[in-house]
Each structure stands twice: as structure tokens, then as C-alpha cells.
Design a protein around this ligand. Sequence first.
Ligand code: SAM
Length: 295
Amino acid sequence: MAEKRWIAETLFDDLGFRTSYAAERVLYETQTAHQHLVLFENAFFGKMLMLDGATQITGRDEYVYQEMMSHVPLFAHGRARDVLIIGGGDCGIAEEVLKHRSVKRLTQVEIDASVVDFAKEHFPEFTKPVFADKRFECVIDDGMKYVAETKRRFDVIIVDSTDPLGPGAVLFTPAFYAGCKRCLNKGGVLVTQNGVPFLQSAELKTSIAHFKALFADAVCYLAAVPTYVGGHMAMGFATDDRRLRRRSAKVIGERYRKAGRFATRYWTPDLHVGAFALPRFIAELVAGAGKRARR
Ligand code: SAM
């Protein structure tokens, strides 16, 4: 019997450790125009997608990240109609966003068409409902160029990017965040995939510093994603409306009830509020990052 292939996440090689997963089957592997893509089946985590040696999504824990990147900004905002996703090729976040009836238009800007094509074949649980929804449009473009040039304006921008390597690096720059600010309607909110602070503290600190130069309120909230190893996963949260992240669980619960209480497996109104309560080392990192813009 052929030796099982072990596929390693090489994202933290510079920190001197790797996480490896036994591949029961390799379903798809290719070098796209932008990145190395491998999809394989793991006995415990199910389907696993890695881009350039970094775990993106697994069948077993995808709901944690997808729900927290979607429902927190949408329920915090409370009346979002126009939503922009940068990246998000697997369409997992789009599927969550479209559960909100208040959303009238969802635009996804993904740089790598082959990730979307591949997701149509291997993640139909996301792509089928999403591409069948008239509110959804997918644009193949570099997110940096899109936010610098578009005439559209959005209530919520969700940056579901890869890590600050390869094509994703530009999505962690001050120019990109300034482009996002330019595209936001008054009182709009920007959320970003911002790594695991225990292992990627510089990434979070840099982003928060850029946010502070652009927005009145610049923080992060947290979730525990089992395959984003290293403890808490941080999601950047930036807006000029300081009230958004201070909504009570009662208010968020009322908005959830009005939204039809669609099924979730991780997000709840109480957890939404609790996710902004930061452990001291992350709170100090956020407080120490950059200077806040004068308002
Ligand atoms: N949840 C995952 C994570 O946290 O690592 C990210 C998932 S999603 C697959 C990331 C997507 O960002 C990929 O499909 C990648 O092609 C896309 N992406 C990377 N750089 C981009 C850019 N500059 N503009 C638009 N999309 C980009």
C-alpha cells in the first residue's frame, strides 16, 4: 500500500515549526498564475485547501472564520445594503453574507479566476447558492486596483485575503486600506483577515497602525479557528462610527431576530460582543500600534 503523503503548512517555517496533515487523497493540485494550490482530503478535517503552503479552509472548521468575518460587521452595522468582499475565492464568506436579507448587492473581487473555478467544482456547498443569487457578482481583479479605481461605495468591506505573501501582500498596505476607506459610505466598516497574533503580531500591529491613521475606531476581534494554528485568530475592525462595536448583545440579538435567526454554528449575539474583549497581550499590541487620527 502506497505511503500516505503528509502535506505541511510551511507558513511558520521561519518560526521553526510546521503542522502536517495526512492526505487520504489529493483531489487537486496546480500552480496557478498567482499561487500554488492543493486540495486534499484529511481523515479528521475533511477537505483542506492550502494556498502557497498556508491553510485556507477545511470542511471541518470553516464555519468559525466564515461566520465571524460576515455576521460581526453586518450586525454591528445593522443596515448594510452594499457589501464588498476582497479575495474570498472559495465563496464561503459570500454564502454567509447572502443570509442577510438586508444586503441588496454583494460584489466579490478575487484576483485568481482558477480559485473560483476550482471552488465551483470542489466547494459546491458554497458556490451553488452564491452563484444562483442575483444579488451576487464576482469580479476577477486585483483588490488593490479595484478599491483604487471603483466608483461604487459600500457599507461593509470584508477582506478575506491570503497572508501578506505573494498576491496577498498588497492587501496589507496603507495604500490598500486608504482605497478601502475611499470606497466606504459614511459610517461604513472594514474587516480584515489579520492572522494569529501570538505568531503574527507584527502583521496585526502594522494593520492597526494603518487603520488608526485613517479611521476613528481601529481595533480587532477574535475567534478560535482550530486549523489557523497558534491560538486566537484576529480580525481587524475599522470604522469612523465608534458606536458600532459597542452595541449590546440585546441590540445584536434583536437584529438577529429581525434577520430571521438563520442557522449559525459559532456566531451568537453574546459571542459577537465578547469577541471584542481582548487578552491583555493583544489589547496592549492594539493600544501601542500607531497614532490615532485626530477627529
Ligand atoms: N480564509 C483564508 C485565510 O484566512 O487565509 C483566505 C481564504 S480566500 C481563499 C483568500 C483569497 O484571496 C484567495 O482566493 C486569493 O486568490 C485571494 N487574493 C490574494 N491576493 C489577492 C488580491 N491582491 N486581490 C484579490 N484577491 C486576492
